[in-house]
Design a protein around this ligand. Sequence first.
Ligand code: SAH
Ligand code: SF4
Length: 430
Amino acid sequence: MNVYDSQRMVDLLAPLGYAPVDEAAAADLVILNTCHIREKATEKLFSELGRLQETQQARAAQGSEMLIAVAGCVAQAEGPEIQRRAPFVSMVFGPQTYHQLPEMIAKIARGAGQVLNTDFPTENKFDSLPAATVARNASAFLSVQEGCDKFCTFCVVPYTRGAEYSRPVAAVLAEAERLIAAGAVELTLLGQNVNAYHGQDADGAVWSLARLCVALAELPGLQRLRYTTSHPLEMTDDLIAAHRDLPVLMPFLHLPVQSGSDKILTAMNRRHTADAYRRVIDKLRAARPEIGLSSDFIVGFPGETEADFAATLQLVKDVGYAQAYSFKYSRRPGTPAAAMPGQLTEDVKDARLAELQTLLLAQQQAFNQRSVGQTLPILFDRVSKYPGQLIGRSPYMQAVHAEVPADQFGRILPIKITSVGNISLGGVAV
Ligand code: SAH
Ligand code: SF4
């Protein structure tokens, strides 16, 4: 979502004469769009700011100005702290106020000093954003839902992104059409809790994510559709049926479960059991047998015992993932879990993470190995560092390298998979 938001900031700034540059040193304005989900992500901000301050001073010595801004969820959560520790930062604004960027820049130009903008404004950000102006990739993101009302006890998202909001159906369809007209053949619908989508159409009827997918699938030119991130509680039957009925809906789903222990799931306020998750997976596989699955896991949540962790390993073995993300529990200020007893040591978390990741990597490699010899449709949307090669994605989100003429960039081609690397596949055009 930060990638999507950053693109929208580019759109907002284009009428003011700003265009993206490759190097911060050449920029008149640098915006760091930040993530607050884990402590590690937050720490990166201050080290990056230190480097940027040097660049800013070097620019000043040459007589030119470089503005520095901090956007995103760290800005939202720690605005005053950023202003205190980094007085050379002129704008600090959260995910729900970036549409006011032109006004903030005007304020700075009028000598406002520092601007802090971390409200949750009553007007809607999406209503104030211009239509997309920058050229997009063949694979484009489209935010349809934002914020979260689930309040998992470990998570900052409900506090930084705010309450759940679904964009109206017409706005989503119009943006999809624009992205397709600009060359996108694949759309990924975004939301912190995307399958809680409940946007209204022009008649005031509320659409589910499934219904939205059905409508998007009819848009001429759209060849692939994905959505992320989903919550298991909202994997409704209509959405599972969409996986059966819509060929454009790719056979891959990222469905975070976090833990395989019911005790920990309850403490996390996930509001479902491990078996309820297994049943959702069973239904998905019945609807789309070849579906590849991904998940997020947290190890070392407060009170997690060896038995709880073993239940997570068992769940992973039962499901069998195509890939997955796993994290050590990170204590986030202000969240209920941060105050829970039974916080675990880093040593315990490190050991559990290593064990889980070994299992997940083995599953990923086994999944990739099964692709060898198959011919898969690959959407080539990245340039490789090796001349003559492009990098693309399989329907199952695997990265695939192949020797493909550069003019095939942005196209979907049949590729026979011939090799498996650590994190990617190699193939030849057929
Ligand atoms: N809305 C999605 C996930 C959003 S955050 C969901 O409900 O699944 C992305 C991932 O970051 C989460 O799935 C979780 O695994 C991880 N995460 C969030 N807060 C965390 C924390 N405090 N410590 C470690 N990992 C965390
Ligand atoms: Fe965070 Fe996802 Fe839970 Fe919402 S559902 S609180 S975004 S982990």
